[in-house]
Every structure is written in structure tokens, then in C-alpha cells.
Design a protein around this ligand. Structure first.
Ligand code: 3HC
Ligand code: NAI
Length: 719
């Protein structure tokens, strides 16, 4: 797990060897300790160079070990003894030095990095802090301001930036081990005390308090209830105020608290859930590791509206060539301008050449004849999409995939109009598509495993977090969202205000409350969908609309707002008031409060006092309850996939893991009890009825979330 090699006369090499990221597992730490002691015993050895197997220094502590009982040499003590060693220690950084990996390097007396290496202390993203001296050593190298920024955000930096900040001593375009050896040979014999960061005094300066105050205000605003960033500020402050040993005590105390926190568990769960999402499986047994994806080089994008533009940008940025098609010259021109500007801005920002040569704009389907895959992003209209799909079949090569970006229409129905049902899948991007990381890959009943593999691989190539999901109205994300939105609207009917609901959700950790999000997306979008699906029609009285449609409770409030021209930010009025159309600052609107009061009076609803707890329970538990139904229906392979969808597509706070993880943390029996309670009070809302799977899991003793897949398998095998 750590290989010891004698190099030239005075140098020994210790190679961390734990693929794929050389995580500092218990075995690796033991290997390092043994290798260091071997080097110390060898009189011929004057210097030790640390490096990682496969040109990857280290991805830090082994996160998998955190859930069990820790064993092996403690990292803090190991790094301390490396730093205290009388022999010269040099880190040769290639690939990444992250978390404990960078902390190990900071314990060395010199650091050399390859130009392509990335360095960082991402522990905050896992719910804790750099707990192997990182919070005390890094500020002693970079100063407080830079250390605060790096440690509270977890941002990874390039070797060049690390050099500028003083984190590494040398950057090389060549082999870092070779460069580290040369450096070692040139400094052997020089005093080591000045290189031992723990011996440096606290990095106090007169403005420490104000710098920390500013950092604290920033993290509180950005992290919305996450504990780790706040603790990171406290730990770095200790590096400014206290000698090293006292600072380490503070680091340990803070780490102990964070390490046991539910937030750390949620964030570590999210880390693995994100990585597992790519390991898709279909009900028919096809999986990521038994299906080959063929290569895609040219992609057609149909429709250059809100979504098509972002999709085209994402593809071109990843080096794919794109043929972008519109229905008429005017639309094409406006799409072309927007896509070109986005790509140019991005190239400028990144200091790279513009990739516009990869783009072709087209008005005729014939120009799509050579593409390997098409992504359709025309209006959400089944008939239009069917026309597009059947026209495509007339020009596309036989093996070309046809993908739809529909938000929830039936992928099977669309596939039926084609001559290649097996090559039709959904690729559901989220707006803005060049920014949002999530991609739902929707397989229909006839989609081939290869088609799913191709769509997943393409999504990965354009740096999306891809989740394979089954075909049902709204797929996973939007199917659940509908119930979340319904609950929020019912809460307004029953006595809450949009601000109250949003505040509760934001305090829970959402970046934005649901009514602010609705104003941002445009209330008219859902209005059009409801009209198309027959929920709103000529037989509905616009002044006194019914609260009962298609056999269920219905809240007509958003339709009534749209009738008043309140479409959200774009019209300057929605659930909130804005200074002008397009402005972003949402202000409570007294007109909305009056409107809600009149509405309740008209329908004889006695307003209730709604607590924040009720808002969270009804919204979050409804999401989870529908998530259980989705698992029952086999639309998602496991709870982790649902959580990844909510983390990356719907702004669910990462430190709460996702709706399914949250339900598991609150306790499934509590969720069940609450759903039963709310369903009793609102029998006219069938979605509040606890799902079968939830009941079953509770009956089976509320197993941990990692075991739910087995219970779902059993449930399916009994159906
Ligand atoms: N511990 C355990 N497993 C890890 C790991 C770690 N630190 N880092 C990555 N892995 C695993 C992943 O789960 C994945 O496993 P899988 O193949 O079974 O799915 C595999 O390694 C490859 O990971 P990625 O798919 O993420 O590979 P990439 O090449 O895309 O990224 C990486 C590599 C940049 C190193 C990325 O994995 C990463 O960011 N890792 C986490 C880094 C981190 O947060 N380190 C801090 C750890 S905590 C710590 O050090 C505490 C200390 O302060 C005391
Ligand atoms: P949009 O209205 O902004 O753009 C649609 C574009 O398609 C228009 O530019 C239109 O000219 C073009 N178009 C229409 N018919 C065409 C044809 N026959 N050939 C070529 N181009 C044609 O719509 P938006 O928002 O981009 O939505 C597109 C699809 O993406 C819809 O299915 C929608 O449900 C889905 N979607 C939308 C999201 C959003 O937030 N806007 C999020 C995720 C999916």
C-alpha cells in the first residue's frame, strides 16, 4: 500500500499505492509509517520523496473508512512525525493532492508539483474540516485570507496558483518525482526548522477579526445552515491567534463535533451517491459494466430556444461537433446569436480559443443526415414532437439515436412513430442547460441498453451528473416536484403566505423557496401545460374556479395569477413583486396577501397558523413519499439516484443528503406517522397517503438506506 524504493545514493522514494486515487487508508498509512522508519534507519538515506502510484499523489483520507471504526496509524501523528523527521522530506505532487493528501504534503519540508496537478482541501464538502493539521499549516503558508477562502469553499486550485500562494515551492512541466529529487539533492544539509510549518508562530495581524467576520458572514449566506464552513472559519482563526499545538487542539475539538454530525453523514452519502449514479442498471439486467457505448462525434440539436441553446453550448464546449436546427430563419438567427455569444464569453473567461468552428446552423433536416445522435428540444407538444421524430427518420442514418429533452411526455409514445424504437431515449436536461449539472436519461420500454449507454456516456462527456430513470409522467424529478408544488399551494390556501413557505424552505437549506423559483421560471409555463392537459378549459369559471379537478383537490391560485398577467419575474409581478420586469429582487406584495384573504373568504376556508415545521414536513415528506412510489414502480433503481436528482436538479440542500436520505435520517416511522396524520386531515389529497414501500420498510424495522434496494427487490419479486 506504500512502496519503499531506494533511488540514487542518498534518496528513498515512498510511493502511495491504493488505486484509483491513492486514498490514505489504514493500510496506506501503515505502509507510510513503516517506509519512513526504514528510511530513517538507513544512514545512507538523506532525503525521502513521497509520490503516488499512476502519477496521482493522493485523494486524501479514505472516506469509506469514516463509517466504520477507525484503525491504523492516525494521520495527524503520522504527518507530525514526517515533519519532525531529521531527514529531508519532499512531496512530488502529480494528479491531485486533496484533503489529507495535501495535508501530508504540507507536513513535508518541500513541495514540487506538476503543472497539471490540482490541490485543495475539500473536506468542507464532506461536512468537516481539514483535520490533519490543514487548518493550522495552510494559513502559516498562505496567510489567513487565502486559507479561509480555500478551506471554507474546498476549491481546488492549479499548481500555478498553488505556487503563487506559496503552497508549493516549485512547478514543473516534467516528471514531479524527478524534479523533487533534484530539489532534494540541492537542499540536503540545509536547516529544516524554517521548513517546519508547525514551528511558525500564529499568523496574527491587526485585521484578523474583521477578516474572519467577513468570511463568517459569507459562509453563513452561502452555506444556508451547513455547520462545517462555520467551523472551518473558527479553526483558521485559531491559526491566527494560537500557537500551533493549541490550534491543533481547537482543530481536533471542532473535527470531533463535525465528524459525528448528521450533516457529515449526509454529505458523505451524497459523495458516493453521485459516483454511484453513473453505475446504472435497467430492470432487464443491463448495466453500465455489461453494455458498450459507441462513440458519438456529431450531434444534432433541434430547437434553439431556452433549452436547445444551453444543450448546444454544453456539447460544443466538450469538443463535439453540433448541427443546430430551427424552424425558421428568424428563430435561427436569434438562437445563433445567443449560442455564439455564450460560447465566446466562456472561451474568453477561460482564456481558450473559441470553438465556434464546431457549430453548424441549419434550417433543413437534410443537414442532420450525418449526425450520430439527435437531441430534440422543440416546444412541449406531443404532436409537434411526433412530427419531428417521424421527419427525422426520413433523413437520419439507420443507427442514429433520437433523444428528446421533453420534461415529462411519454417517451414510448414518441418512439412509436419512429423506425427505431430501440434507439429512442429521453435526455432530460435542466435549465439553464449549460449550467445545471443534472441529466435524467429516460429509458422507454423499447430502449436498448446500448442507447442508454450512449446517452449516459455522452452526458458524462459533457460533464453532467447522469441518472438513468424509467418512463412515467414527469420521470423522477418533475413527478416528485408536482407533489411538492401542490403541497406549497395547499399551504397558501390553508393560511400561509408565499414568504412564509419560502422562508421555511430557505431555513431548511434550499437556495430559494419554491415560490421564488416559480417566479424565476415563469408561472405561464405550468399554466400552458395545465391548459394542454385539460385541467383548465372553457368550462372553468375564471372568477370562481373550482377547487376540484379530474377527481382530486386542485388549487387554482396559480391560474388566477396568470389570468392577472402575473407571470413572475418576467412581468415584474408573480407570487412576489419586483421593481421592474426582469428584476430579481423579490419583495412581498400586499396585493397577494389581500388576494389570498379574498380567496379564502370566497371558498369559506378558515385560515390556520402554519408552522415552519408543517411546511417542511408536508413538502419534504411528500417528496420522499412519492420517491418511495417511484422505487415501487421501478422508475428509479435506488434511493441514491432520487437523491442525486434532487441535489443536482432541484436545489435540495446537500448537507441534508436528498429527500430519501432525509427521510431515513428523520426516521421512517416518523415520516409514516406524519403522512398518516396529514392524510387524515386532508383525505382529498390522495398523494398524502403513505406509500406501500414506506409502510413495508417501517414494518421491517426501518432498515438503513443502503439496504433499501434489497427490500425493493423482494417487493418486486412478490408482485
Ligand atoms: N476515499 C475513498 N474513495 C475515494 C476517495 C477518497 N478520498 N476519492 C475518490 N474515491 C473513489 C470514488 O468513490 C470512486 O470510487 P468507485 O470507482 O468505486 O466509484 C473512485 O475513487 C474514483 O473517484 P471519482 O469517480 O471521483 O474519480 P475522478 O477521477 O473523477 O476524481 C478525485 C478523482 C478528484 C480524487 C475525486 O474522487 C475526489 O474529489 N475525491 C475526494 C477528495 C476528497 O474530498 N478528499 C478529502 C477526503 S477527507 C480527508 O482527507 C480528511 C482529512 O482532512 C483528515
Ligand atoms: P422554447 O420555447 O424556449 O424553445 C423551443 C424552440 O423550438 C423554439 O425556438 C422554436 O422555434 C423551436 N421549434 C419549434 N418547432 C420546431 C421545429 N419543428 N423544428 C425546429 N425547431 C422548432 O422551449 P424550451 O423551454 O427550450 O423547451 C424545449 C423542450 O425542453 C420542451 O420539451 C420542454 O418541456 C423541455 N424542457 C424545458 C425546460 C425549461 O426549463 N424551459 C427544462 C427541461 C426541459
Amino acid at each position: 500500500m506504500a512502496r519503499y524504493t531506494r533511488l540514487t545514493e542518498p534518496i528513498a522514494l515512498i510511493t502511495l499505492n491504493n488505486p484509483p486515487v491513492n486514498a490514505l487508508s489504514s493500510a496506506v498509512r501503515s505502509g507510510i509509517v513503516d517506509s519512513v522508519s526504514q528510511a530513517l534507519k538507513d544512514d545512507q538515506v538523506k532525503a525521502v520523496v513521497f509520490c503516488g502510484e499512476n502519477r496521482m499523489f493522493s485523494g486524501g483520507a479514505d472516506i469509506k473508512e469514516f463509517s466504520g471504526s477507525m484503525s491504523g496509524p492516525p494521520l495527524v501523528r503520522m504527518i507530525h512525525s514526517i515533519e519532525a523527521s531529521e531527514k529531508l522530506m519532499v512531496a512530488a505532487i502529480e494528479g491531485v493532492a486533496l484533503g489529507g493528501g495535501l495535508e501530508l504534503a504540507l507536513g513535508c519540508h518541500y513541495r514540487v508539483a506538476n503543472t497539471k496537478a490540482r490541490l485543495g482541501l475539500p473536506e468542507v464538502t464532506l461536512g468537516f474540516l481539514p483535520g490533519a493539521g490543514g487548518t493550522q499549516r495552510l494559513p502559516r503558508l498562505t496567510g489567513i485570507t487565502a486559507a479561509l477562502e480555500l478551506i471554507t469553499t474546498g476549491r481546488q486550485i492549479s499548481a500555478q496558483e498553488a505556487l503563487q500562494l506559496g503552497i508549493v515551492d516549485q512547478v514543473t512541466e516534467g516528471n514531479a518525482v524527478q524534479a523533487a529529487m533534484e530539489l532534494a539533492l540541492s537542499v540536503i544539509g540545509q536547516p529544516l526548522n524554517p521548513r517546519r510549518l508547525s514551528l511558525r508562530p500564529p499568523v496574527w495581524s491587526a485585521d484578523v477579526d474583521s477578516v474572519c467576520e467577513v468570511a463568517l458572514a459569507r459562509v453563513k449566506q452561502h452555506s444556508r445552515g451547513a455547520m462545517a464552513p462555520v467551523a472551518c472559519v473558527q479553526a483558521v482563526r485559531a491559526a491566527a491567534m494560537l500557537p500551533y499545538s493549541k490550534g491543533m487542539e481547537k482543530e481536533r475539538q471542532l473535527m470531533d463535533t463535525l465528524f459525528r454530525s448528521s450533516q457529515a453523514r449526509a454529505l458523505q452519502y451524497a459523495f458516493f451517491a453521485q459516483r454511484n449514479a453513473g453505475k446504472w442498471s435497467l430492470p432487464n439486467g443491463a448495466r453500465w459494466n455489461n453494455t458498450k457505448a459507441r462513440d458519438v462525434q456529431r450531434v444534432g440539436v433541434i430547437g434553439l430556444g431556452t433549452m436547445g441553446r444551453g444543450i448546444a453550448v454544453s456539447l460544443v464546449k466538450a469538443g463535439l461537433s453540433v448541427v443546430a436546427l430551427e424552424s425558421d430563419a428568424k428563430q435561427l438567427e436569434s438562437g445563433k446569436k445567443a449560442v455564439t455569444a455564450m460560447l465566446q464569453r466562456d472561451a474568453q473567461r477561460r482564456g481558450v480559443g473559441s470553438p465556434l468552428h464546431l457549430l453548424t446552423f441549419a434550417l433543413s433536416f437534410h443537414q442532420l443526415k450525418d449526425v450520430d445522435l439527435v437531441i430534440e428540444a422543440v416546444f412541449e407538444d406531443m404532436n409537434l414532437k411526433k412530427r419531428v421524430f417521424s421527419d427525422l427518420c426520413k433523413v437520419l442514418r439507420a443507427g442514429t439515436l433520437i433523444c428528446t429533452n421533453t420534461s415529462g411526455l411519454n417517451v414510448d409514445e414518441l418512439a412509436k412513430v419512429t423506425d427505431r424504437q430501440h434507439l429512442v431515449v429521453g435526455m432530460h436536461f435542466f435549465a439553464p442547460a449549460h449550467v445545471m449539472k443534472l441529466l435524467e436519461v429516460v429509458y422507454g420500454s423499447r430502449s436498448s441498453p446500448e442507447a442508454v449507454a450512449v446517452a449516459m456516456a455522452l452526458g458524462k462527456r459533457i460533464q453532467k451528473v447522469c441518472v438513468a430513470v424509467g418512463n412515467c409522467p414527469g420521470f423522477v424529478g418533475n413527478r416528485m416536484l408536482k407533489l411538492y408544488m401542490d403541497q406549497s399551494l395547499y399551504l397558501l390556501e390553508e393560511g400561509a403566505t408565499p414568504e412564509q413557505v419560502d422562508q421555511a424552505l430557505e431555513e431548511f437549506g434550499f437556495a430559494m423557496g419554491i415560490f421564488k423559483v416559480a417566479d424565476l421560471s415563469g408561472l405561464d409555463v405550468g399554466w400552458r401545460v395545465r391548459k394542454a392537459s385539460g385541467l383548465i378549459g372553457p368550462d372553468i369559471d375564471p372568477v370562481n374556479p373550482s377547487r376540484w379537478r379530474l377527481g382530486q383537490r386542485y388549487c387554482p391560485l396559480p391560474d388566477m395569477l396568470c389570468q392577472q398577467g402575473r407571470f413572475g419575474q418576467k412581468t415584474g409581478r408573480g407570487w412576489y413583486l419586483y421593481n421592474s420586469p426582469g428584476s430579481k429582487e423579490a419583495k412581498p406584495d400586499p396585493e397577494i396577501l389581500n388576494f389570498l384573504e379574498d380567496y379564502r373568504l370566497k371558498y369559506g376556508i378558515t385560515p390556520q397558523r402554519i408552522s415552519s415545521q408543517e411546511v417542511i414536513e408536508r413538502c419534504a415528506f411528500s417528496l420522499a413519499n412519492e420517491g418511495f412510489r417511484i422505487l415501487e414502480d421501478g422508475i428509479a433503481a435506488g434511493p441514491e439516484d432520487i437523491d442525486v436528482i434532487y441535489l443536482f436538479g432541484y436545489g435540495w440542500p446537500r448537507h441534508r443528503g436528498g429527500p430519501m436520505f432525509y427521510a431515513s435520517q428523520v426516521g421512517l416511522s416518523v415520516v409514516l406517522e406524519k403522512m398518516e396524520h396529514y392524510h387524515r386531515i386532508h383525505p382529498d389529497v390522495p398523494s398524502l397517503e403513505p406509500s406501500r414501500l414506506l409502510r413495508r420498510l417501517v414494518a421491517e424495522g426501518s432498515p438503513p438506506i443502503q439496504q433499501w434496494r434489497n427490500h425493493i427487490k423482494n417487493l418486486h419479486s412478490q408482485l
